[in-house]
Design a protein around this ligand. Structure first.
Ligand code: PHE
Length: 530
């Protein structure tokens, strides 16, 4: 097809880009998941561990993604393709490892896994690092398929709040209502469709007049709503118990497991590991400061996650509920809490609107990864790609929507999967979630760090980051921290400890090792439990 655009669209400026990227990062992960995993893992202590993971692993990997995207001006597949060497020893080693694992499994008769691994090994030989980009685009499909289902529930709950249907006397009633709602195929698929439609409409409009424009409108609204909810929550009698729980660290609850949960969540929450930030980075112009943009995005994402906790826990405690309700915290406990306070339906409406807005700006970034790939690499028109893949993801997501709890509606598919792989997850929804969150994102993050650190090289990446942010590479870190960066005697040309050198060490050694350990632990190949 010859409708390939010749000039790449760019963000109109730093703010447009930062708000779009923050919009991608801030999502269900911050408002739905962060509060409940914090609730389950010891409150304030978990928050501290999470902050450490963000600073030490999240931010360095995010800079890599922005640099990869801006340098190549391409989607994840194109970016890896452009920078991959002809042959890479590391890629070959991984390919051999996967191939051998496949052959080994053949001995044990797990032919499904074996064929899969052998095929993957051969693909790694043929395509090398480009497969990391392919995995990112695939993750765009799988994540959005289940993400959009949960986002759809928020639309349903906005409607229910607006029509005053969330009148639950207790959590058991709220749970029954919720279970009934998500298992109702009409509601589940209908709301999921509406959400995908919104994503398609925005991505269809393009980078500036679609994604950037809507991020600029929606992100301030999101901020305002969360502020209002915090004020409401904190002014309830008894709210301080929730604040105390949230801010007082209980280190006895922290173990290897919670550290790894924090690390995995840092990736999901910052939209790392699947190329969303490579894609958004590819629309940045050379003058922007990648380092300060990263700080802003990471800062905003963390701020909103912390604020979500402050909006939720004080209200939950004030009404006498516990913090460890798990995934049902937001859809079951909160509506019950709101019902007990004056103008409850209004607060519930605001809360679910907040959740929907957060999900929407993340959903568009997931769809954009897929769209950008087909526009850049396959020459599709944006309009066509957005609609076609929005529809494809809607169909895949419909399978998630009807199989949230178990396989009862997809028994045929389950039988096939069981036959091939010998095991399945609890539901199709869980399969997509597990595949994306436990496999694609950590492996993607691992390979993005390794690629930047060892293949493209921190030197080349730094040259890219330097455009628009010379401080990053040249200012002595100690002088910077001491407030002496402009002092002539602290500006020698030979710098040892700069932000860049610290970043390089993280990217080459610390991030890959940490992510690898977290990955092995979550897939069950490494047991760190006491
Ligand atoms: N960061 C989003 C959230 O917190 C989810 C997401 C993951 C979006 C990966 C894009 C890519 O909900």
């Amino acid at each position: 097809m010859s409708d390939k655009p010749t000039i790449r669209e760019h963000w109109s400026g730093a703010w447009g880009f930062i708000l779009a990227a923050a919009g991608s990062a801030i999502g269900l992960g911050n408002i739905w998941k962060f509060p409940y995993i914090t609730g389950e893992n010891g409150g304030g202590a978990f928050v501290l561990v999470y902050l450490l993971c963000i600073a030490v692993i999240g931010a360095p990997v995010m800079i890599c993604e922005f640099a990869l995207g801006r340098h190549t001006q391409r989607n994840p597949v194109g970016a890896f393709q452009a920078l991959s060497p002809k042959t890479s020893v590391l890629a070959h080693l991984v390919g051999i490892g996967v191939l051998l694992a496949g052959l080994f499994l053949l001995l044990f008769g797990s032919w499904g896994w074996s064929v899969l691994l052998i095929a993957l090994g051969l693909l790694i030989f043929r395509y090398g690092w480009t497969l990391v980009g392919v995995m990112g685009v695939t993750a765009g499909f799988t994540i959005l398929s289940f993400y959009s289902v949960v986002a759809g529930w928020t639309i349903g709950y906005i409607w229910k709040a607006a029509t005053n249907q969330l009148n639950f006397a207790n959590v058991a009633m709220a749970k029954e209502h919720f279970d009934h709602f998500i298992l109702h195929p009409g509601w589940a698929i209908g709301c999921h469709f509406l959400f995908m439609l919104l994503c398609v409409l925005i991505v269809y409009k393009g980078v500036r007049s679609g994604i950037e424009r809507w991020s600029k409108i929606l992100m301030p609204v999101l901020f305002l709503i969360i502020l209002v909810l915090i004020v409401r929550s904190l002014t309830l009698p008894g709210a301080m118990a929730g604040v105390r729980f949230y801010l007082t660290p209980d280190f006895s609850k922290i173990n290897a497991n919670s550290v790894l949960i924090a690390l995995g969540h840092a990736f999901f929450s910052l939209s790392l590991g699947m190329g969303a930030m490579i894609t958004y980075g590819s629309y940045i112009s050379r003058e922007e400061n990648l380092f300060s943009a990263t700080l802003s995005v990471v800062g905003l994402d963390t701020l909103i996650a912390l604020m979500a906790g402050l909006a939720i826990f004080p209200a939950v405690f004030a009404q006498g509920f516990g913090p460890d309700a798990g995934p049902g915290l937001v859809f079951q406990v909160l509506p019950t809490v709101f019902h007990q306070i004056p103008f409850g339906a209004f607060w519930a409406f605001l809360f679910f609107l907040l959740l929907m807005i957060a999900a929407l700006t993340s959903g568009i970034s997931l769809l954009e990864v897929v769209t950008a790939y087909f526009v850049d690499e396959r020459g599709w028109a944006r309009h066509r790609a957005a609609v076609a893949f929005g529809l494809a993801i809607f169909l895949l997501g419909s399978l998630c929507a009807i199989s949230v709890a178990d396989w009862s509606r997809l028994e045929g598919l389950q039988a096939v999967l069981l036959k091939i792989f010998g095991t399945t997850k609890a539901s199709f929804f869980d399969t997509m979630d597990n595949l994306s969150s436990n496999w694609f994102l950590p492996l993607g993050g691992l390979f993005i760090a390794l690629f930047t650190g060892w293949i493209w090289g921190t030197k080349h990446a730094l040259d890219e980051i330097r455009h628009g942010s010379s401080n990053f590479g040249d200012v002595h870190l100690f002088s910077l921290l001491a407030g002496l960066k402009d002092d002539p005697s602290h500006n020698s040309r030979i710098h040892v400890v700069t932000l860049a050198s610290l970043w390089g060490i993280f990217i080459r050694f610390i991030s890959p090792v940490a992510v690898l350990i977290a990955f092995l632990h979550t897939v069950g190949w490494l047991d760190l439990r006491p």
